[in-house]
Design a protein around this ligand. Structure first.
Ligand SMILES: Nc1nc2c(ncn2[C@@H]2O[C@H](COP(=O)(O)OP(=O)(O)OP(=O)(O)O)[C@@H](O)[C@H]2O)c(=O)[nH]1
Length: 535
C-alpha cells in the first residue's frame, strides 16, 4: 500500500543529512570552549600569534609595494581586536595549530601513508598462511623464531601450519588450527606502512571479524582454489559472502581478491577464471563495488608465489600482491577534521594506555583530549607508533598506542576526541538498513525487536524503536510500513541501551555504518542518516 501525501519523498536521505548538519552547526555555535590548562593556553596563544603574524606579513607585503600598488588595493589597517578562542580555531586550519604547538613544521615532511588491510574469507581459506609468508619473505621475523614455530607445528601434527603460527599467536589457535582473535602485523611497501589484520574465518568468531573490518581501508578476500573449497565457502552458510557484506557495511570500498592454493590445481587458468566469474556478480552487482577497485591475483600462500613479486605463472601478467597493495585506491582521510580515535583496547601500563586508529584529525603529544561518551578528560602523555617508537603526533590512518594521564573511567569502543569538538552522543538514530536473512522463528523486524549492533568497533544491545518505511523493490519508492521482512531495504529508528558516539554516515563513516546480529547470524547492514544529539 503506497501512502499518498505523507509518503516519504525520494530525497529523504538528503533531507535527513541536512537536518543533522544544521544541528551540528548550531551546536558548534553554542559550544563554550574552555581552555583550562597551561598547555592549552600555549596552544591558543601560539595559534593567536600565528594569526597575527599572517596579518602583519600581509600588511608589510603591501606597504613595501606602496609605490607600484594603487592605494585602494591596500587592506585597511583595522585596530586589532583579540578574537575569541573559538574564532581562532575556526579561522586557522588544524595543520598550523599543530605546527605551532609542536614548534616545528613537522607536517610538511614527506611520509608514507598508513593503511589497514583486513584478510577475510571462509575458514581455512589460507589467510594466516599467506600473512605469515609475507612476514617471513619480507624478513620481518628472526630465523630462530621460525625454527621454533616449525618444531611446534610438527609437535601439533600440523607441519604445514608453521607459517600460520606467525599470525595465530595463542595456544588455542595453534592447537585447533583456526584463527580466533584478529591477528595484527606491520609491513612496509614502497609508499605505504601497512597494518595486516588477519580475521578469523570460522562463523563462531564473526564478531571479531567485524572489529577487523571496522578498522580496515582495504579488504583482501582470500579464496581457496582447491577443488570443493571455493564451492563450500561461497555457498549459503559459507563465510565468503558474509565477510564481503560485512566489509562493505563497515565502509571498505577497495578489494584485492587473492585466489590462493593455486599450487593445488597446477596453476590452472580455467579454475581461476571460474572462481572470478562466480564471484564477480556478487561483488559488483550485489555489493556495488567499482570494478576498478577490485583486483584479482592468483597466488600460493604456502610457497609464496605472487605475494611479493610476480613469479612463474605463465598466463598471469599482472602485479604481485604487495605491488597492488602499494598503489590501490583508498578513501582520503581528513587531517583538518576534529580528532576521532575509536578505542579498540585499553590496558594499564604505568598509567592507562589505549590502542586505536586515527580516523580523523591529528593527535599531538601534550594535548588535552576527551573520551566520549563518558566525558573523561585526559592528557596525551606519549604516543607510540607501529614499532612502539615514541612519536610527537599521529595523522589519520595511523595505528597508535597512546598513554593517557587523567580519568580512565571509559570503556573500549569510546572515542578519543578533541577537548572542544565532540562527536554526537545519542541513543536514538534513524537508519537506512538492508535486511538480510532473518531467523526462522523471528521472521519480522517489528518495534521491540532486540539484537546486537556493531557500530564500527563499538558493540551494544539495540532495539527497533519504529519502522518508518520500506522500499518497494520494483519502484524503489518508499512506502509506509510497520514491519520489515528479510531482504528488504527500509528506513527505521533504532535505540541503543546506553548513549554511544554516533555520526551521520556522510560525515564520518567510521561512526556511521553498522551491522546487526542476532543469535550468531548477521541480519542487517546499514548507515546512519540522522541522529538526535542528547548532550
Ligand atoms: N597447498 C596449499 N595449502 C595451503 C595454502 N595456504 C594455506 N594452506 C593450508 O590450508 C590450511 C589452512 O590454512 P590457514 O592459513 O590456517 O587458513 P585460515 O584461512 O587462516 O584459517 P582460519 O583463520 O581459521 O579461518 C593449512 O593446512 C595450510 O597449510 C596454499 O597456498 N597451498
Amino acid at each position: 500500500m503506497e501512502s499518498s501525501d505523507d509518503s516519504i519523498p525520494d530525497n529523504w536521505e538528503d533531507e535527513a543529512e541536512e537536518v543533522t548538519q544544521e544541528e551540528a552547526a548550531s551546536w558548534k555555535k553554542e559550544a563554550n570552549y574552555v581552555f583550562k590548562t597551561e598547555a592549552d593556553t600555549v596552544f591558543t596563544q601560539n595559534a593567536y600569534s600565528s594569526l597575527l603574524n599572517q596579518e602583519e606579513q600581509l600588511l608589510s607585503h603591501y606597504s613595501n609595494k606602496k609605490d607600484s600598488t594603487p592605494k585602494d588595493h591596500l587592506p585597511k589597517k583595522e585596530p586589532i581586536i583579540r578574537p575569541k578562542a573559538e574564532e581562532i580555531i575556526e579561522k586557522l586550519d588544524k595543520k598550523s595549530l599543530i605546527s605551532s604547538l609542536i614548534g616545528r613544521d613537522y607536517l610538511s615532511i614527506p611520509y608514507k601513508t598508513h593503511v589497514n588491510i583486513v584478510f577475510i574469507g571462509h575458514v581455512d581459506a589460507g589467510k594466516s598462511t599467506l600473512c605469515g609468508n609475507i612476514i617471513y619473505k619480507s624478513k620481518k621475523i628472526d630465523s630462530r623464531i621460525v625454527e621454533m614455530y616449525e618444531l611446534e607445528a610438527k609437535e601439533n601434527n600440523r607441519e604445514s601450519w608453521w607459517l600460520a603460527y606467525i599470525m595465530d599467536v595463542n595456544t588455542e589457535e595453534r592447537e585447533k588450527g583456526i584463527t580466533i582473535e584478529v591477528g595484527r602485523a606491520f609491513i612496509e611497501t614502497d609508499h605505504r606502512v601497512v597494518c595486516m589484520l588477519d580475521a578469523p574465518g570460522h562463523k563462531s568468531f564473526v564478531p571479531n571479524m567485524i572489529s577487523g573490518a571496522a578498522q580496515a581501508d582495504i579488504a583482501a578476500l582470500v579464496v581457496s582454489a582447491r577443488p570443493g573449497e571455493f564451492e563450500s565457502g561461497f555457498q549459503k552458510g559459507g563465510q565468503t559472502t558474509e565477510h564481503i557484506l560485512l566489509c562493505r557495511a563497515m565502509g571498505v570500498d577497495s578489494f584485492i581478491v587473492l585466489i590462493t592454493k593455486m599450487d593445488t590445481v597446477n596453476w590452472d587458468e580455467e579454475r581461476f577464471r571460474f572462481i572470478q566469474n562466480s564471484l564477480m556478480p556478487f561483488l559488483i552487482d550485489k555489493c556495488k563495488l567499482n570494478p576498478q577497485h577490485v583486483h584479482w591475483i592468483p597466488i600460493s600462500g604456502l610457497d609464496g608465489t605472487n605475494l611479493l613479486i610476480n613469479e612463474e605463472c605463465g598466463w598471469y601478467k599482472g602485479k604481485a600482491f604487495l605491488q597492488v597493495l602499494d598503489e590501490c585506491e583508498v578513501g582520503g582521510k581528513d587531517e583538518n577534521a576534529p580528532l576521532r580515535i575509536p578505542i579498540l583496547d585499553k590496558a594499564k601500563e604505568m598509567g592507562t594506555v589505549v590502542l586505536g586508529k586515527v580516523e580523523a584529525g591529528i593527535v599531538v603529544k601534550g594535548m588535552k583530549v576527551n573520551l566520549m561518551p563518558g566525558f573523561c578528560e585526559a592528557e596525551v602523555q606519549e604516543i607510540m607508533g607501529v614499532e612502539d617508537e615514541k612519536i610527537m603526533f599521529a595523522r589519520p590512518g595511523m595505528n597508535v598506542r597512546i598513554k593517557l594521564k587523567g580519568s580512565d573511567e571509559f570503556k573500549s569502543g569510546s572515542v578519543l576526541c578533541d577537548p572542544y569538538d565532540f562527536p554526537i552522543v545519542s541513543e536514538t538514530f534513524t537508519v537506512d538498513i538492508m535486511v538480510l536473512d532473518l531467523l526462522p522463528h523471528k521472521p519480522l523486524l517489528i518495534p521491540g525487536y532486540v539484537c546486537i549492533i556493531h557500530l564500527g568497533i563499538a558493540v551494544s544491545e539495540c532495539t527497533f524503536h519504529s519502522v518508518i518505511s520500506v522500499s518497494d523493490p520494483k519502484t524503489k519508492k518508499h512506502v509506509k510500513a510497520s514491519y520489515i521482512r528479510a531482504n528488504m531495504r527500509a528506513k527505521a529508528v533504532l535505540r541503543v541501551k546506553e548513549p554511544m558516539c554516533i555520526s551521520v554516515f556522510s560525515e564520518l563513516s567510521a561512526l556511521g555504518k553498522f551491522a546487526l546480529r542476532d543469535e550468531d547470524i548477521t541480519i542487517g547492514l546499514g548507515k546512519i542518516l540522522e541522529v538526535k544529539d542528547i548532550l
